[in-house]
Ligand binder design. Sequence first.
Ligand code: CP
Ligand code: NVA
Length: 301
Amino acid sequence: MKHLLKLLDLSKEEIIDILNLADQLKYEQKNGFEHKHLKGKTLGMIFQKSSTRTRVSFETGMYQLGGQALFLSSRDLQIGRGEPVQDTARVLSRYLDGIMIRTFEQKEVEDLAEYGSIPIINGLTDFCHPCQVLADLMTIREYKGVLEGLKLCFIGDGNNMANSLIVGGLKVGMSVSIACPEGYEPDAEVLEFAKAYGDKFTLTTSPVEAAKGADVLYTDVWASMGEEAEAEERKKIFAGYQINDEVMAAAKGDAMVQHCLPAHREEEITAKVFEAHANEIFDEAENRLHAQKAVMVKLMA
Ligand code: CP
Ligand code: NVA
């Protein structure tokens, strides 16, 4: 593994390896064992979109691993004034030991990897959010003890989160069901990937149908970063694509709830369900730190 560009590139074994290392690093951090695997290394973090979790967890994670992280807002970089990503990649490769990038187009992340000579980590694109799903799988395994054989249900927009959950979930042996409105399905490349998994993957327009027998219910915002102009229209289209009591009742009695955050209460999830499952959701947010530390150690140590 040279980069983390998308989960489609990873084998099941590579995903499980990252999760195992994440568990170990979490244990070491909680119990005060030194784990400075990246002493003297520098991670550059390019942000073209806002972030709370990704920025703070990468920066803190790098510090805990003995290295340092640089926050690089695209507003201040020459990339924001049109310097090609190909040149940025070759320049930054001379200074840094790794780059985390959050941007719009997946191609930009792939170009950085192609032209640069250091590991590239995708911190979210319009296409996918692999770091989030690694943390999600880690959390689900903590709560359920296993991943294989569980049913994961995602309700809402067929967006970057849906795309990554389908790929990550199916690769580790879960079945995945998606409920989204017509016209808001996951990416065609991901649906093509899912075909090979037969009836382990289902796509429907009915949230209750998708939630039947689920072990994990997952949702995300109706309008993602970059879709602010569509937010009002989307509120109408996505009304009903919500994790609420009715959907919970269709799932297994001990179903857990995950949300990548930030959450919009009474839109994609009711405040009641959110608060009832807050521990699971904030453990998930915490696990971004541990999962990403594992990714950085795998790629940069
Ligand atoms: N879930 C997530 O990626 O959060 P941020 O946008 O705050 O980084
Ligand atoms: N789908 C959301 C995820 C945020 C972590 C977005 O792209 O804005």
